[in-house]
Design a protein around this ligand. Structure first.
Ligand code: ZN
Length: 242
């Protein structure tokens, strides 16, 4: 099976539509969403609808849970907090119920998916380094765990001697003898200084993994952020990818 994998859409409809088109063109069999469909961006309802229609597997992220009142937003930055409040009144009952129904972690064939970290998905810990990854490998079922959350792509590989290394190549065949934690980056708010939407394709038979980027017309998204009264910084950061 060839899976298209997306994460951290953050209500950016233009980026999401572009990525779904690219995945359909690539003829993937199924699309997986790793969560954070809403928050920050101007089109939460349409993005939830698109994810519901297009993704066979879909997980909850911390912004989805914040919106549902399932986590405390005390530690959210002011922009995130403001957008959570704004998003709450934008979503239909159907979309709210859909977000409520999403699991935190799931195993599909020979890999695991989670928004934040496989060891304790509900604590929303970030995996940003070799140290962060270390004991998370124990909780992975299969060859690989795909994660989102940080909005920064990274591939961590655990060798047979339990040593974890960071891979610099985002297009590779995974070694079945090893284990991987792969952050696939963000569709709607990349933070690796590349403003293009990020997404991935994984072939569960050949173990081929490819991270891809897509340009989209972000000026439309930025205009809507301003028009809808969301913080201007949320529009600005899209241009620089941070
Ligand atoms: Zn996010």
């Amino acid at each position: 099976m060839r899976y298209g994998i997306i994460s951290d859409i953050h209500a950016n409809l233009e980026a999401l539509e572009t990525v779904i088109d690219a995945l359909q063109e690539a003829k993937v069999d199924e699309i997986i969403c790793l969560g954070d469909v809403v928050g920050y961006g101007p089109d939460p309802e349409k993005c939830v609808e698109l994810v519901r229609q297009n993704c066979k597997y879909s997980l909850a992220g911390n912004h989805d849970h914040a919106l549902l009142g399932l986590i405390d937003t005390r530690f959210f930055n002011q922009f995130a907090k403001k957008s959570v409040e704004w998003t709450k009144v934008q979503l239909s009952k159907k979309s709210t119920e859909y977000l409520h129904s999403l699991p935190l972690i799931e195993k599909i064939e020979n890999f695991t998916i989670v928004h934040a970290s496989p060891s304790r998905p509900e604590t929303w810990n970030y995996i940003l380094s070799i140290d962060d990854a270390a004991d998370n490998f124990t909780y992975i079922q299969g060859v690989c765990c795909f994660v989102g959350h940080s909005h920064v792509p990274i591939i961590l590989e655990k060798n047979n001697d339990n040593k974890v290394v960071i891979k610099r190549n985002y297009n590779l065949e995974l070694d079945q003898e090893k284990q991987y934690i792969i952050n696939i980056g963000s569709v709607g708010q990349p933070r690796d200084l590349d403003p293009r939407a990020a997404y991935a394709i994984f072939d569960s038979e050949t173990y081929r993994f490819d991270l891809a980027r897509a340009r989209y017309d972000m000026s439309i998204t930025q205009k809507k952020i301003i028009e809808r009264g969301l913080p201007a910084y949320l529009a600005e950061r899209l241009s620089s990818g941070q």
